[in-house]
Design a protein around this ligand. Sequence first.
Ligand code: PTJ
Length: 260
Amino acid sequence: MSDHETVPAEVDHEEEIPEDHPRYQDLITRHRIERGVEMGITHLQGMHAEGRGSAFDYLLGEETIPSADEAERAAAAHLLLADHPVLSINGNVAALVPEEMVELADVVGADLEVNLFNRTPERIQAIADHLRDHGAEDVKGITADARIPGLEHERSKVDADGIYDADVVLVPLEDGDRAEALDAMGKTEIVIDLNPLSRSPRVADVPIVDNIIRAVPNMTAHARELSEADEATLREIVDAFDPAAALEAAEARIRSGDLA
Ligand code: PTJ
């Protein structure tokens, strides 16, 4: 039996979590969400969302499956082709991958915009500050001077020169109707969600069924590798991607995955 079968009782810093713990990745994500709640950037419901995601990740074998890697490559191609790509950030995304989102935005030339389900001015500001602490220069979402048509709740509040104006939007970790509303606006949507049955990935042009912790660095790696590619090559990658097949492959893996 491993020395680390149990979760360390009190973890102040994630470095205290032993890397050889069999549930290392899950403990890191849990710890980051907990810290996010303490810092006022993540909503308490974010822990529930994380639990839901980690159950699916367990069944995926906690790895990027080939169809997800393909989706991450197609997503990178879309972001590089875009005139105005925007990466949407909520409380879970800010807690889990702040630096990685700033890096992806930098590599593909995208804007970062805070958009929250449980929106308060304090959380919007705290997340924008957190992203700036991790290297972001400009963070959108505070002005909120435009609305996504057909959406009643707080997630409809966007910046006129941000998500409202974007042609390609990355929408991670939300199961909701914003994806449908953005789709109705004619935007290309990339969704990261570990649950292939959630509403958001089902309307996405590119559904990525992978943990955001693995998905974002892998998208950045693909974007770096494709940064010199010509438009025809990028269009070929985008056109060859089949969203229904990617969802089907992920669901098949979850339902029949060999965890050995
Ligand atoms: O910060 P706010 O106020 O905008 O709220 C954010 C949450 C996440 C609380 C809110 O959007 C929410 O309640 O989301 P849902 O409806 O629980 O959906 C979150 C989705 O993300 C679920 O389908 C999870 O399976 C998925 N998910 C959770 N953690 C991860 C994930 N997908 C990828 N990587 C993860 N680490």
